[in-house]
Design a protein around this ligand. Sequence first.
Ligand code: PMV
Length: 348
Amino acid sequence: QEKSEGTIRWKSPSNIALVKYWGKKKHQIPANPSISFTLSAATTTTTVSFKKMDKATKEFSFDFFFEGRPKEDFKPKILAFFERTEDYLPFLKQYQFTIESSNSFPHSSGIASSASSMSALALCLMDLERELNPGISSDFFQKKASFLSRLGSGSACRSISGSLMQWGAHDEIEGSSDLFGISYPYKVHPVYQNYHDTILLVDKGQKQVSSTVGHNLMHDHPYAPTRFAQAHTNLSQLKSIFANGDLTAFIEIVESEALTLHAMMMTSLPYFVLMKPNTLEIINRIWAFREASKKPVCFTLDAGANVHVLYPENEKEPIYGFIQDELLTYCEKGQHICDRIGLGATRV
Ligand code: PMV
């Protein structure tokens, strides 16, 4: 089918891993399975305008704008994405693209936008494919959009839908695959519905270590085999924890995963400490509050100093009160993002 020009726009969220993806093989195949909450407030909106050219060109043809301005330094990432996905989107060189992207969260907040931005772009291109082949099923659309997102940034494949997304082959998870993320297929207790993630912006500086470098540090890492096995065990254990709503067990796995991620970075060569003093202050405050109040609040971390504070909807008042009273003083200018679990990307 012929589609000469048009515009497609998708809004895609970030996600926060509970069991972390850290270490990969060739072609963005994860070294271990992971699982994440899809978020809802932290999003990227991407608009792709496309125009069919008279004949296919040798090079990819695209312009990129970020928040209304041309942004050259992001183009190599998009080019790499086009190169990796060309075999699966054979029409790419037949079109001239204008790609415009903006984030809901402040630029340079230290919040990684690769998951939301790569999934939003992948969804736009997948949508163009659907316009060219209207027969494709919605199941195929979702899987292939996730597959393409993975080729942009591994964790992006977990941003397509929600609210709990699993990626990476695992014996006990039916339908799991290294190639794309799936909505978690088992029973999830209502306590996880509307789960909150208050993101504390401790350090808005540039990341000291990119995730590409970080993943590569897991090659020849002395603890890698044990770590990869542990991720499988944690995912197995989460099955009953998700079903029965055991938040004590949930918290133990989530915090252990966050600290293990950082432990892997501290024990690789070269080694990195990505936490800041305020990251540790916050962790200690959360532990002290939890001990005293018995409230089910916990933290997780990305590959950086910011802290994600996780808690259930039915405890939001006392826990958000605690965050305001005791934790915001450790954030840069008190900055934080009130996010919560979401349903995934939408066409807008
Ligand atoms: O998608 P990448 O290559 O940026 O890797 C993300 C890795 C972590 O955010 C640290 C963990 C995860 O599973 O999202």
